[in-house]
Design a binder for this molecule. Structure first.
Ligand code: ADP
Ligand code: MG
Length: 334
């Protein structure tokens, strides 16, 4: 794999079987992730954006390779290459015990700081857990690291004896961030880390992540359903629709010059401080997001697309490089 990349995802597909009938056989399948490829460069933040249900969390969990342990029936194919100390390794080929060694390199931050922290553990224990499971650090080293991490995220070392319910939402997400940094990871998968927080708190948490990214030399996959949230933090942005990446490129490019009709609609739907787009017509999409259970043939977006053509039903359009480094999966835009 390329030395500049921390992760390379190749044609990742995740299907959840739907069972039913008398014998509870497979009656259908949910194509949650339907063939996505991308890379995350060392030290960069890649924003992954799309509406609820388009497969963002499933993609994140597939990368950290926890899906097959939490959903035993899941069908996963493709490759997820991690640039480890021993060179490139395809995580999807690893068994659970083999994965342990690499889990210290990738950690996840979850959307809801209320439910993602174990309420019965105190803050010190919460931050200590990943060190216990994924490292060989001794007790003294772990304790010192807990205090150090709490201060890094803007809390106090003395707060390690307190419990999650004693903290505000923003503080709890700081605890989640401290926990994610405990094993000194190379990649953080932040799954809508600010969606559950008040707008006034969101910027503080995003700024903290950015500071820590520099200090810890982290790569971040930053998942969000709203383009405006990822614009500030992302070097590049990938836009997802119904299990596919429909557009990817430099953050500024995607934000100021979106090409795919879906990205254009996604951008026009939010009130933007961006003057280039503010006066543009709002694009209102027809219809609801189809479910990944009965995904349309060809381009997944064609049932709602304002510029749909008959040929869009034929095949899933590939990502084409429209301008240097800017890819869109639509043959009808330039
Ligand atoms: N464990 C699961 N079993 C069955 N279907 C699932 C499971 N996890 C997710 N899905 C389905 O996969 C699709 C993508 O879900 P998800 O990855 O959570 O989307 P997002 O994070 O973008 O909101 C949805 O239709 C969801 O219902
Ligand atoms: Mg999600």
């Amino acid at each position: 794999m390329n030395k500049e990349n921390i992760i390379e995802v190749k044609d990742l597909r995740v299907k959840f079987p739907v069972t039913g009938g008398v014998f509870l056989g497979k009656v259908a399948e949910v194509k949650a992730v339907d063939g996505i490829s991308f890379e995350i460069r060392k030290g960069e933040t890649l924003g992954l954006v799309g509406e609820s249900g388009c497969g963002k969390s499933t993609a994140g969990k597939a990368i950290i390779n926890i899906l097959k342990f939490s959903s035993p029936d899941v069908e996963i194919s493709g490759e997820v290459w991690l640039n480890s100390d021993e060179g490139g390794i395809d995580l999807l080929k690893l068994k659970r015990n083999e994965m342990r060694k690499y889990r210290s390199m990738i950690q996840m931050i979850f959307q809801d700081p209320y439910s993602s922290l174990n309420a019965r553990l105190n803050v010190g224990q919460i931050i200590e857990e990943p060190m216990l499971y994924h490292t060989s650090m001794q007790k003294k080293e772990r304790k010192e690291r807990i205090s150090w991490l709490l201060e890094k995220v803007g809390l106090q070392a003395e707060q390690s004896k307190r419990y999650p319910h004693e903290f505000s939402g923003g503080q709890r997400q700081r605890i989640g961030i401290a926990r994610s940094l405990a094993t000194n990871p190379k990649l953080i998968i932040a799954d809508e880390p600010v969606s559950a927080l008040d707008v006034s708190i969101q910027a503080q948490v995003i700024n903290l992540l950015q500071e820590l990214q520099k200090e810890f030399d982290l790569s971040i996959l930053f998942i969000a359903h709203d383009l405006s949230v990822v614009e500030h933090i992302s070097s590049r942005i990938a836009v997802m629709y119904l299990g596919n990446i429909v557009e990817v490129g430099e953050g500024k490019e995607i934000y100021h010059h979106p090409k795919h009709p879906y990205s254009r609609a996604l951008l026009s739907a939010v009130p933007l401080p961006n003057p280039d787009l503010r006066n543009k017509e709002r694009i209102i999409l027809k219809g609801d997001v189809p479910t990944p259970l009965n995904k349309p043939s060809g381009c997944g977006f064609r049932t709602r697309c304002p510029i749909v053509q008959p040929s869009c039903a034929d095949a899933v359009p590939p990502l084409e490089e429209k301008t240097p480094g800017h890819f869109a999966a639509c043959p009808f835009v330039s």
